[in-house]
Structures are given as C-alpha cells and as structure tokens.
Design a protein around this ligand. Structure first.
Ligand code: COA
Length: 382
C-alpha cells in the first residue's frame, strides 16, 4: 500500500488498502489467491453449483436446499420477462449506442415498472423482491437489447431455462449445447460478487443516501463500464485478436512492455499472486478451444501469461480468459461487459441490502490543496 502523509491525514491514492466498511458477503484472500462467497469457495460454486445457487446464497445468506433452489429458479423464470416500455426506450437509442449504455438505460426505465417502486428504500422484504426481479431480467435486457440493435424484435424468454441458458437461447436461433451453457453459467458464478470493487462501492455509496436499489444498480453499471474495471474483458480479446497467431505473441508482448503499454486482463488491485477466478476460467476457456478445434487463443494466452510473469510478476485476472472464452462461444465482443452486469447484479443487490440494513451515509473527506482566502474582485475589475 502506498500511503502519502499529508500534514493532517494519512492518505492512500485510489483508497488502496483502506477499509471502507464491514461486509459479510465475500472474502478475498490475496495471499492465498482465494475468493469466498459467504464462506464458500467460488471454485466449488462454479464447478459443482449453478449461478442461481450463488445468487440465492448472496441474497439469503445460506445455500438453498433442493426445494428452495427449485422454487427460486421457478420465481426467476416467472420474473424473466421485461415490460414493453423498457423495450420502447431501448429502441429509441441510436443503433451505435454501446450495450453498456443500453443496459444502464434499461435498468433506469425498469425501476419505475417495479411493483415495489414506491416502497421505502429500507423495506427489506421489498428489496429482496426487487433483487429477484433485477437478477431475473438482467440477461433478458442484455440479449433483447442486442436484438433491438440489430433491428430484430425482442424474443420471449423461456421461463424453464436457467439464467445462462435463457440468455444463450435469446441470443441464438440455434439450440444451445450443454457445454456452452456450462461455460456461461460458470462465468456468471465467478463474476457474481467481488467485495468493495469500484462498481460495488459506487452502488453502496448511492444507496447509502437512502436512494433505491435500482439507482444503486445504475451507479454500479456506470462504474463497471470503464476499461480498468469490467471493460477489460472486451479489451483483452481485442488484444488477442490483434496478436492473431501464437507465433506473434512473444514479440508483441515484449514490445508492448518495452513501450510501457497496459496489458488488458492482467493485474489486480487485490490479487498480487493471481486472481483466483482466472484459474478455473482459463481451464474452461482452453477446453472450449479444444472442443471447437481452435486452440490458438489459448496458446497466445499461455505466452502472454508466461512473459508477464517473467517480466513483471503480474498475473491474468478473470477478464483475460473470459474474453477469449466468450469469443469462442461466438458472443459479440461488445456484449462481454453487459454479460458481466447480468451476473454482478446479484452482488450489487446483496451489497445494497447489506448497506441499507445498517446504513450510515458514505461521505469521505477530501484533502484540500487549493487556494484559500482569496479576495473576491468584481468581474468588471478583473
Ligand atoms: C487492475 C489495475 C487497475 C490494478 O492496478 P493497481 O493495483 O492500481 O496497480 P498499478 O496500476 O498501480 O500497477 C502497479 C505496477 O504494475 C504495472 N501494471 C499493473 N497492471 C499492469 C498491466 N495490466 N500491464 C502492464 N503493467 C501493469 C503498473 O504499470 C505499475 O508498474 P510501475 O510500478 O512500474 O509503474 C491494473 O492492473 C490494470 O490497469 N490492469 C489492466 C486493466 C484490467 O485488466 N482491469 C480488470 C481488473 S479485474
């Protein structure tokens, strides 16, 4: 941690290493490169569970029984449809709008359609109902927003599919194979929650003013959009595509480092020995490559990872393998960060509910370094 001493306060730029609140939702152990959601290792959840189980765990603070999971999935299925008014708003956007702007707009409009719209922001039960609707509809808005942008009409979601399956079904007219659904589901589980990252923190700041859950989601999405955060999965695959062939990779990365380029999909504020989520996602991404007979992206990734470790001791984060995994699944690149939203809304909702259950307005202090006590001169005399 770099802490600068100011005359009055110790200060850490970017709030690096500064505790900003108490949470019981997820734990990042940087030394062990481990991430746990409410005490459960994310690898166990991604490998053996499903995204709905993780969403339930984040919201209701325990793993569901089989019966609870079935009812939760049924409820999510019933809540999956999106009001026509949201589609009308998305249709009014220019076709050039980035899908992140579309999903952010979608949530802004959706807020007013929620049956609990007028409930006080501290109503815990209403917040849980809103959270279920938000989680259920996010993938529908991303996929149908994409259809609208292509000049197609929105497709009716199938309530009997999983969240991952429903998203893929809305995206494609072809049947979805089970491994594709498994990859999407694993990525949603791994993206669901990650402590006080920038967008979750923005979401908590918003609801700490007693604003509502949807406003928190909109703040979160706005913050996730940047390439230093969620946007990195799109930038990572663009970089791999630019490299093109495994034989170009070593020279490309060495040149990029020599010219001080940031390598997207590498590095993390919290993990200095590797992002735990990247380990499983890399395994899955390579497996899709093998199944599709396209192993070159995995080979490029191996070279970049080796040189980054040798030269900078920096490791890939989850966005790196997820970028080429989604590409191999045939998903348009500008939907990668919106898919991240589809998953992360579960974490945002859990954090908003936690914040509101024991709220204190988040209002830090600035260290003022500007002028003081200047004499005001009327404009005609300046
Ligand atoms: C995520 C990130 C912002 C974390 O940054 P941070 O904790 O603030 O670390 P810093 O940016 O201070 O980097 C520390 C050092 O590592 C280097 N570094 C960090 N990430 C790097 C990367 N992706 N490529 C090249 N160098 C990197 C920095 O240049 C810096 O080197 P220096 O000390 O010689 O100046 C940063 O690693 C990054 O920009 N990564 C690329 C974007 C990305 O993948 N984001 C998704 C995060 S999940």
């Amino acid at each position: 941690m770099s802490v600068t001493e100011s005359p009055m306060y110790p200060y850490s730029p970017g709030l690096e290493g500064v505790p900003a609140g108490i949470s019981r939702i997820s734990d990042i152990d940087s030394d062990r490169s481990s991430l746990q959601y409410r005490g459960y290792d994310v690898h166990d959840l991604a490998r053996h569970g499903c995204y709905e189980e993780t969403a339930y765990l984040l919201l209701f603070e325990k793993l569901p029984t089989q019966k609870e999971l079935s009812s939760f999935k049924e409820l999510l299925g019933k809540e999956r449809e999106v009001p026509e008014g949201v589609y009308q708003a998305l249709s009014a956007l220019p076709k050039t709008a980035h899908p992140m702007d579309s999903i952010r707009t979608g949530f802004s409009v959706l807020a007013a359609f929620d049956p609990d719209y007028t409930s006080p922001s501290t109503d815990h039960e209403a917040n849980l109902r809103k959270a279920v609707r938000i989680i259920a509809k996010a993938g529908t808005m991303v996929a149908n927003g994409h259809r609208i942008r292509q000049g197609k009409s929105p497709k009716k979601p199938d309530p009997n599919l999983s969240i991952a399956g429903s998203f893929l079904h809305l995206m494609s007219d072809d049947p979805v194979d089970s491994y594709t659904e498994l990859v999407m589901d694993a990525s949603l589980t791994l993206y669901a929650e990650h402590g006080f990252n920038a967008s979750t923190f923005a979401n908590r700041v918003t609801v700490s003013t007693l604003s509502d859950l949807y406003s928190g989601i909109v703040s979160g999405i706005s913050t996730l959009r940047g390439p230093l955060h969620g946007g990195a999965n799109e930038e990572a695959i663009k970089m791999i595509l630019q490299i093109g062939e495994p034989s170009n990779a070593e020279a490309w990365i060495r040149d990029a480092l020599a010219t001080k380029k940031k390598i997207m999909g590498f590095g993390h504020r919290e993990y200095k020995h590797g992002d735990s989520r990247a380990f499983y996602m890399s395994e899955v991404a390579k497996e899709i490559g093998r199944r599709k007979g396209i192993t070159k992206y995995g080979e490029i990734a191996d070279t970049l990872e080796r040189v980054m470790k040798e030269e900078k001791n920096i490791f890939p984060n989850v966005d790196f393998p997820t970028g080429y995994a989604y590409y191999l699944l045939g998903i348009p690149v500008d939907l990668y960060t919106p898919i991240f939203v589809t998953s992360r809304v579960a974490g945002y909702c859990a954090h908003a509910i936690e914040q509101l259950s024991n709220n204190r307005l988040i209002r830090p202090k600035a260290i003022y370094e500007g002028h003081k006590n200047l004499k005001y001169i009327p404009v005609q005399d300046r």
